[in-house]
Design a protein around this ligand. Sequence first.
Ligand SMILES: *[C@@H]1O[C@H](CO)[C@@H](O)[C@H](O)[C@H]1NC(C)=O
Ligand SMILES: *[C@@H]1O[C@H](CO)[C@@H](O)[C@H](O)[C@H]1NC(C)=O
Ligand SMILES: *[C@@H]1O[C@H](CO)[C@@H](O)[C@H](O)[C@H]1NC(C)=O
Length: 216
Amino acid sequence: MLLPMKLVAFLFLSPLLSVQSLDPPVNDDVLALIAFKAGLVDPLSRLTSWNEEDIVACKWVGVKCDPTTNRVAELILDGLSLSGHIGRSLVRLQSLTLLQLSRNNFSGPISPTLAQIPSLEVLDLSNNTLSGSIPEELFQQCGRLKAISLAKNTLTGPLPQSLSSCLNLQRLNFSLNCLSGQLLPGLWSLTFLRFLALSDNLFEGDVPGGIEALYD
Ligand SMILES: *[C@@H]1O[C@H](CO)[C@@H](O)[C@H](O)[C@H]1NC(C)=O
Ligand SMILES: *[C@@H]1O[C@H](CO)[C@@H](O)[C@H](O)[C@H]1NC(C)=O
Ligand SMILES: *[C@@H]1O[C@H](CO)[C@@H](O)[C@H](O)[C@H]1NC(C)=O
């Protein structure tokens, strides 16, 4: 009986071993999130499940993985009273499609490197205390970006010109900031744009409060 038992144990353990030794990208997600956590303040200890000893991050609060790869696909940390800066370590989450950090107290400028997350489709940083201007780089590699909300922050300056090159954009919400300047004519040529909210800013001229179904 001893031999089969060993065999069973080996078969059971070997997938775990291979994850640990042959698949460093999984560990890379863990390291990226631990670095992100190190740069923020978590006064209500909501992120105690984020343990750097884990091989994958898939069971951590706010994390959803792609079940076929165990890579982090969604990071949803709404309303957890987190503060501090949104660090550039998130760029290492190469399979991330959804980044939702709304209703916290994140501050400082928006890191232009967030745009380098290649698979990002939805970015929601609304209702924080982010400041500075919206970086031009944020929309220079926006291949898959479908929805972005930066609403209810303290962002200043004009809309970045590069925004009008994001042809897959469907929903934009920049309302409740201190954005200024002219509206971009190019916005109206984003053919997939279904929803645009720009109200409560300092734009020049008439600004529609919100436009739904632009091209319906
Ligand atoms: C912003 O977040 C605060 C704190 O979670 C919440 O009370 C408030 O309703 C939110 N405001 C909007 C416009 O979502
Ligand atoms: C948010 O952070 C600022 C400092 O960055 C602080 O003054 C303020 O009290 C914080 N607000 C909340 C609701 O935690
Ligand atoms: C835009 O975002 C603000 C703040 O989160 C929210 O109150 C508002 O409903 C959003 N606009 C639309 C039309 O979804």
